[in-house]
Write a protein that binds this ligand. Structure first.
Ligand code: FAD
Ligand code: UDP
Length: 368
């Protein structure tokens, strides 16, 4: 085991770090317990020949030029700009909250200035914004909260928005213009040949060795003192759950293929108030693949349960004070480690997007 770095997890955090250090001539071992690289951005062709995202839809978007330039070494991009429709009161209404959204919801034809007055009257004055419910109410008022946010959030997280950290609904903007794109970041798109291909290019270095189907625990005792460890798995698992298990939300995915060219009007349609799933994604609308069949995925949120094979992926750290406090116990231990560095969505217990994870890995690589 003559490695400079042993990296646990072949997701974007691990692979970014691996590649930067490999380019510096360091010897890297990546251990990954799944049978493939890429972590949650892994995509593959299904039996119908459609490129699907196996762990749910992933849209790359960032304001961070450094992250975009780094990933662009390994892929070209299509210039996809994400759009979402929300099924509310029998209509498909553009999300997020924009002039188009409000005009369609209320069947009006307001201008930007009129929308500003309209929203100012609806938005609730809340002195101290403490929860995601406060965020939505102070942004756009009770009615929009109830129609677009309340039930979607209850489905997604299994709790009331008043019990969730402000960071959850703060992800959704309000815009007084007609820009219906879901993200307005300068850099956005899908890797032209998919995320897995991008990740394959990231590890195409003679200095990187990958061990798939291998859990960290299987090699933990064999790592020499001289190697540094970059750990991107779950924080509680690293410490043998000594302070108890952290809470995560998971998803059950239902993929369906239809003999039709197009299934729905937008890449993603959200269902805040109907059905048990939160949203339907149609992959071809993001990847621009041509085919006379189309594959969609429905997402059914549930609690993470390591004993349930359908819910055994810890996708979302749970954004409440209780669980942040519990994580802080592990974090205090993590901060004391000398040769182990913790990065990524699981290890840092943060609702990170891909770009944030890549940024953390780039910054860590500069530091160590
Ligand atoms: P992961 O991708 O989770 O990788 C960690 C890897 O470590 C996994 O492969 C895991 O198997 C492995 N591992 C864990 N423990 C061990 C162990 N003990 N031994 C060996 N291996 C181990 N971000 C966006 O920017 N845009 C989006 O549209 C978007 N959509 C998303 C949709 C869904 C449904 C989800 C769940 C996330 C989405 N994200 C999105 C977030 C994105 O997936 C993450 O930010 C990013 O993939 C995290 O990378 P990571 O390397 O930190 O973690
Ligand atoms: N959300 C909502 N209604 C929507 C879309 C999002 O209430 O139509 C809330 C929900 O709580 C979700 C959060 O806003 O968890 C963030 O949404 P985003 O689309 O960023 O979630 P992601 O799918 O990226 O996790």
């Amino acid at each position: 085991m003559n490695y400079d770095y042993v990296i646990v997890g072949a997701g974007l955090a691990g692979l970014t770090f691996a590649r930067i250090k490999a380019d510096e001539g360091k010897k890297i071992l990546v251990v990954e317990r799944r049978s493939h690289i890429g972590g949650n951005v892994y995509d593959s062709y299904n039996n119908d020949g459609i490129l699907i995202h196996n762990y749910g839809p992933h849209i790359f978007h960032t304001k961070d030029k450094g992250v975009y330039e780094f990933l662009s070494r390994f892929t070209e991009w299509n210039d996809f700009q994400h759009r979402v429709l929300s099924f509310v009161d029998g209509n498909l209404i553009p999300m997020p909250i924009t002039l188009e959204n409000v005009n369609k919801l209320y069947n009006l034809n307001m201008s930007t200035e009129e929308m500003k007055d309209f929203i100012a009257k609806k938005a609730e004055k809340i002195d101290e914004i403490k929860s995601s419910r406060d965020v939505a109410l102070s942004m756009a008022g009770q009615e929009i909260y109830e129609k677009f946010f309340e039930n979607y959030t209850k489905k997604q997280w299994g709790v009331d928005p008043k019990d969730l950290d402000t960071s959850v609904i703060s992800r959704i903007p309000l815009r007084y213009n007609r820009d219906t794109r879901y993200f307005t970041d300068q850099y956005q798109g899908m890797p032209k040949f998919g995320y897995t291909k991008m990740c394959e290019s990231m590890i195409a270095s003679k200095n990187i060795k990958i061990m798939l189907n291998t859990d960290f625990e299987e090699i933990r005792e064999d790592i020499p003192e001289s190697a540094q460890i970059i750990y991107t798995g779950a924080a509680d698992a690293y410490y043998g759950y000594k302070y108890g298990r952290l809470k995560y939300r998971s998803l059950k995915f239902k993929f369906e293929t239809y003999r039709m060219e197009e299934y729905q009007e937008a890449p993603v349609v959200n269902y805040p108030n109907d059905y048990d799933y939160t949203r339907i994604t149609e992959f071809k609308k993001m990847t621009w693949q041509k085919s006379d069949v189309t594959t969609i995925v429905k997402e059914f949120p549930c609690d993470y349960d390591p004993d349930d094979p359908e819910a055994d992926e810890p996708y979302y750290p749970f954004p409440t004070k209780e669980w942040k406090d519990k994580f802080a116990l592990y974090k205090a231990d993590m901060d004391k480690e000398k040769r182990v560095h913790f990065i990524g969505r699981l290890a840092q217990y943060r609702y990170y997007n891909m770009d944030a994870v890549v940024r953390t890995a780039i910054d860590l690589a500069k530091e160590v």
